[in-house]
Ligand binder design. Structure first.
Ligand SMILES: Nc1ncnc2c1ncn2[C@@H]1O[C@H](COP(=O)(O)OP(=O)(O)OP(=O)(O)O)[C@@H](O)[C@H]1O
Ligand SMILES: Nc1ccn([C@@H]2O[C@H](COP(=O)(O)O)[C@@H](O)[C@H]2O)c(=O)n1
Length: 230
């Protein structure tokens, strides 16, 4: 039975560059909710493996790295940080070398089980009326019973262009290829391209950022009655 004092969970899935983190963070601010970036845990573990001079392609190496993986993340959308031990890795985990290595971490079942348990406990312990949780398998595996579940998507070329605009110093073709390669690897592990039954699709291909946030908020309000806006 659900504890009614626990925060309301809003689950958001979607492919790379669909706007999960930026849109979820802004929607959380507007609602006074917490924001949980689940990809950061996979990225931080990939960073941890790389920082030992190892590769994520070897599942045994990845599992061994979990033994001294001291991970912490903020759920405050206005004070977002990610730490491994004493090191602030908020920016380092976004580096292309980490993005290229992260799928190796994400395909290890022991890792997925451990981080999923962590995500559920972070949501339950959050000091907020609700938490927006975003990732690849949140609506289907992590929080399949969440009262609001959204698949946030956009056409592949639009996602690639948005990511490329973010990484202005990088070659646009290489950025698009890396994004599609990561989707292809991740799709072998979880289906984040098709909405599961009961999941609402928000397609932002033709929407700007503000319109996308509003579309997500409409779904959240319809599912929870949440109304705060700021
Ligand atoms: N509707 C939109 N219109 C224009 N830009 C958008 C829109 N939605 C998101 N963006 C921009 O697209 C880029 C990618 O968004 P974001 O990083 O949130 O995606 P993501 O789904 O979290 O990606 P990843 O899974 O790769 O981390 C960001 O620069 C964001 O500001
Ligand atoms: N629920 C999740 C979240 C993420 N992943 C893996 O982590 C990578 C990074 O995620 P971002 O959202 O920060 O881009 C992603 O490519 C997946 O490999 C996951 O498996 N499940």
């Amino acid at each position: 039975m659900t504890d009614s004092r626990e925060p309301v969970a809003v689950a958001i899935d979607g492919p790379a560059g669909s706007g999960k983190s930026s849109v979820s963070k802004q929607a959380a601010r507007r609602l006074g909710y917490g924001y949980l970036d689940t990809g950061a845990a996979y990225r931080a573990l990939a960073w941890h493996v790389l920082s030992r001079g190892a590769e994520t392609a070897d599942a045994d190496v990845v599992v061994a790295a979990t033994e001294d993986f001291d991970y912490a993340i903020s759920l405050d959308p206005d004070r977002y940080w990610v730490r491994v031990g004493e090191t602030d890795v908020t920016d380092a985990i976004r580096e292309p070398r980490v993005s290229a290595a992260v799928s190796g971490v994400a395909r290890v079942p022991e890792v997925r089980e451990a981080v999923n348990a962590l995500f559920r406990s972070l949501v339950a312990a959050a000091d907020a009326p609700g938490v927006i949780v975003e990732g690849r398998d949140i609506t289907t595996v992590v929080l399949p019973d969440a009262p609001v579940r959204i698949l946030l998507t956009a056409a592949p070329e639009v996602r690639a262009a948005r990511r490329s605009a973010e990484l202005s110093g990088e070659d646009a073709g290489a950025v698009a290829a890396a994004l599609h390669q990561r989707d292809a690897s991740d799709a072998k592990v979880v289906d984040f391209l098709n909405a599961a039954p009961g999941v609402t699709v928000v397609d932002s291909t033709e929407l700007d950022f503000a319109q996308t946030v509003d579309a997500v908020l409409d779904v959240v309000r319809a599912g929870t009655g949440a109304h705060r806006d700021r």
